[in-house]
Design a protein around this ligand. Structure first.
Ligand code: LLP
Length: 431
């Protein structure tokens, strides 16, 4: 299985965005993160066009920068007309430095520090998503001090658990994010916010989970939130006019994953929003969503060099690569499954099943177990697919291993967008 934008050339090498992956390794070294620019742009357009088509363009797509945040990535999503969500001052700093205009930025966080609130308000970000009552007053104060009014959305727990293929309505969800509906906490926070002079109540937000494959949980979340908007209007007379449904759309990691096209989600959710608004006599809200993984996930591939190969008879075959949990902690954290292949034998049949191990001093440092792959020899280039989201952004320097470079490929050309860390980088803050 290959991802979109990938192929096999006459040398039997994996190609990504028209570039020979083996040549990329020779040029830039390994491990190497490779991002396919055309694919990222295609995903941005799918989202943007479907809002235009299904919802008369009355919305904005924020790229969830936590999935992969660096200057060039933000420039690309910006140039496609998307905004960005940031969840820390570091992400916000990067997004601003990339030149995105602040009204296209949405700021998140369940524990925004005073400095983060000040930084966001001072830079006139379009929206801050309020997570808890503690920060409401701080945002008002910061807005007053900066002689401005800050638009906010309220993060609601809609009581939908969509983390697995099954989704269930829960009475009271145990979650550190947002305001509960069933306790009246969300209603109270909004009523409180309406009293603040320097706060503009825009609307509501929810994020029901990540790597979700069905559209039903998103539709249910939309129903719950529109009903809540109607309740608030009935009680206070105030009509909120913005609805942000978060991110969470699933992508393909292995053959088992079968996501529906993102535009289909938007099509279906738009119908629900229109129906519910009609039912409750509400105007159609401005809609927002925050995809991260589905913009960058399948556009990323990590290339490693295979080193030690160890056979444990009747147990398993370990193939160790020159990266691991430092550049991709998702297997050790979530047992996330990936597809791997030998990039220099890409067209061969997969005849082996191996455990792909990293080089860290940690038994759990694996990239996957029981992975079907071509016959591997030491020195081969191993490609792990769908590493665009939550790999670079969750990478660490454990064992003082420098983080890999990232290259962007497009139409047969490649360019470095993040330099490989050096040993000097590793000690630069040490005194
Ligand atoms: N909006 C909010 C408020 C979020 O918390 C998230 C993800 C997103 C949008 C983007 O969700 P996406 O479209 O990427 O699913 N580290 C985990 C994923 C954590 C997601 C956290 N929130 C992983 O590697 O799977």
């Amino acid at each position: 299985m290959l991802m979109e934008g990938q192929g096999v050339n006459a040398l039997n090498h994996l190609t990504i965005g028209g570039c020979d992956s083996v040549e990329l390794c020779e040029k830039y070294g390994t491990p190497l993160y490779v991002m396919d620019e055309n694919l990222v742009r295609e995903h941005c357009r799918l989202y943007k066009n479907s809002i235009d088509e299904c919802y008369d363009g009355n919305g904005l797509v924020f790229y969830a920068s936590k999935a992969l945040c660096n200057l060039e990535m933000i420039r690309i999503v910006d140039s496609e007309g998307l905004g960005a969500d940031s969840v820390s001052a570091g992400e916000l700093y990067t997004v601003l430095k990339a030149g995105m205009s602040s009204e296209k930025i949405c700021v998140h966080g369940n524990n925004k520090t005073d400095e983060e609130i000040e930084f966001a308000v001072k830079n006139k970000v379009g929206r801050i998503v309020v997570d808890n009552i503690t920060e409401l007053e701080k945002i008002d104060r910061a807005a007053k001090a900066n002689n401005t009014k800050q638009k906010v959305l309220f993060r609601i727990k809609p009581g939908i658990d969509a983390h697995t293929h099954e989704f269930v309505m829960t009475g009271q969800i145990d979650c550190k994010f947002g305001f509960a509906l069933e306790t009246g906490e969300a209603r109270e926070a909004i009523c409180e916010a309406l009293k603040y002079e320097n706060i503009i109540v825009g609307g509501v937000h929810c994020h029901i989970g990540s790597q979700i494959f069905e559209s039903e949980p998103f539709k249910e979340a939309a129903r719950v939130l529109v009903r809540f908007m109607a309740d608030i209007k009935a009680e206070t007379g105030f009509e909120m006019c913005e609805l942000n449904l978060g991110g969470g759309f699933g992508v393909t990691y292995t053959e088992k994953d079968d996501p529906i096209k993102f535009n289909k989600y938007i099509e279906e959710v738009s119908v629900v929003i229109k129906e519910e608004c009609k039912k409750h006599s509400l105007s159609l809200p401005f809609i927002m969503m925050e995809p991260g993984r589905s913009i960058v996930g399948t556009a990323g591939t990590t290339l490693y060099k295979a080193g030690a190969i160890k056979d444990i008879p009747n147990v398993r075959r370990y193939v160790s690569v020159d990266g691991g949990m430092g550049d991709n902690p998702r297997y050790i954290l979530y047992q996330s499954e990936y597809t791997a292949l030998v990039a220099n034998k890409a067209g061969d049949e997969k005849t082996e099943v191996v455990t792909l191990a990293g080089k860290c001093c940690e038994s759990g440092d694996l990239l996957g177990e029981n992975m079907p792959i071509q016959k591997v020899e030491s020195g081969d280039i191993i490609a792990v697919l769908t590493t665009g989201a939550y790999n670079f952004s969750m990478a660490s320097n454990y064992n003082r291993i420098p983080r890999p470079a990232m290259v962007m490929v497009k139409d047969g050309e490649s360019r470095v967008i993040v330099k490989r860390e050096t040993f000097e980088d590793l000690i630069k803050n040490d005194i």
